[in-house]
Design a protein around this ligand. Sequence first.
Ligand code: HEM
Length: 513
Amino acid sequence: MPPEEPTIIATHNHNVLTTGNGNPVDDNQNSMTAGEFGPILLQDFHLLDKLRHFDSERTPERVVHAKGGGAHGYFEVTADLSKLTSAKFLSKPGIKTPLFARFSTVGGEKGSSDSARDPRGFALKFYTEEGNWDMVGNNTPVFFIRDPLKFPDFIHTQKRNPQTNLKDADAYWDFLSLVPESLHQVIILFSNRGTPYSFRHMDGFSSHTLKLVNNEGVAHLVKWHFKTDQGIKNHSNEEAMELNGTNPDSNVEDLFEAIERGEFPSWTVYLQIMKEEDASKYRWNVFDITKVWPHGDYPLQKIGKMTLNRNPKNFFAEVEQVAFSPAHLVPGIDITNDKMLQGRLFSYSDTHRHRLGPNYLQLPINQAYRTTVAHHQRDGPSTFSQNFNDLPNYEPQSQDPSGPQEQTDDIRAKMSKVQLEGTTGRFSPRKNKGFKPEDDFVQPGNLYRLMKGPEQDDLIKNIVAHMKNVKDQNIVKRQIGLFNSADPEWGKRVQEGLDAVKRPPPPQHEKKA
Ligand code: HEM
């Protein structure tokens, strides 16, 4: 776990108020002036330092997933995975690895409500002895889109209208209705799973297909599942709407208070495992994040348990500054050709440099503190490590045998190989050999039919409550068309629900006489 105490330990007693450079402060109530009633002096470093630091207090919030809470804990392996992966932290049952978890909503700002209808982020940083592995998933097994080129547009429709600065139901459903592959995520989001009771009562998923690679270099395709031991518990739409007003921080509060009470939430961890050679024969494109692998085809295999047992001591230093990236890998865990994942490999570290600066990996919460980090990156804002002292800052070099060397013979340090064919181009999956347009409707349709009566009722109610705000009826028609393609009853019921509600008239202000 990152050291509980700050890495720089003050020699002063904490009771002594000091300036940033450690000089004791004699007066924290009165600025230094020229004469009793005169102007403030430039030499009042304590005042200037305090104001200047305050002026810079805000770092940019995350462009998505801005609102969230987090906690420390550990992951314990409970199965023998040695044939599957060379990752040391997974090499035998009983190994415990410290981790930090952050849960979040996606679209809202840092002060937005925890009970918004939104997927929840489920991000984990495993501090392994071979570096940090980040599992940056959601509480849903699928996503709205399958190409990273669409991500900024998609997110813009979830944010505020550029003119009114209001949430925009037309933009929201316009985009979704034009992107049929979103339907699978839409049905999950508009079930009550879109408004979880708490972070403790929801599952987590890698959503993407990732790889585990063993000591011989053999890869298996895997999907990670974190099943809550607290049981799934959700809010109804009405409860969530009420909480938006009465306690917009309910999920952050619940996690913090449960851990303070010693009720440590846990998740049982499972894998779905597929042989690499089976991927091309499978009914679904395994690199399409809008699809699941039904458990009947690839059953869940239990491999471990994750427990959260320690609250952050400082929200900003830990929860706000933690920086997860799907590109943070360790030997034995690898990426795949999932296009969304490939886009994410770039985006996260890029945003971290913007949000936290080029040395964000030196921050205590992000440090790979269980291994020795050694490279030739130097300097830059906030270099608060020793900057590798006098070690060589270039390579190849012949001057210092203790300088970091590339590991050419270590098969575990290499990325697993991928066989490729064809030409470069921009390829639509819709034009792929074997893709049938109905493919995007089969899994959401199956999920609709699997839902029990009250679950279906809530789904329809939740969709109607949101779609009734759409002004452009062409958008409504197009979205109903997508529901119909998955199951005609689904489309019919949403249409009936919309016909039954009228948009409430805007509030009338009393005219002054
Ligand atoms: C956060 C980009 C898809 C899960 C973020 C952030 C960016 C981003 C820029 C802010 C990170 C930060 O400031 O630290 C993208 C792009 C995507 C994509 C470009 C698609 C191409 C996904 C998907 C998932 C996901 C498919 C889940 C399966 C998360 C989570 C966070 C996050 C959990 C919050 C991490 C935290 O708690 O700090 N994403 N994202 N994202 N994203 Fe994505």
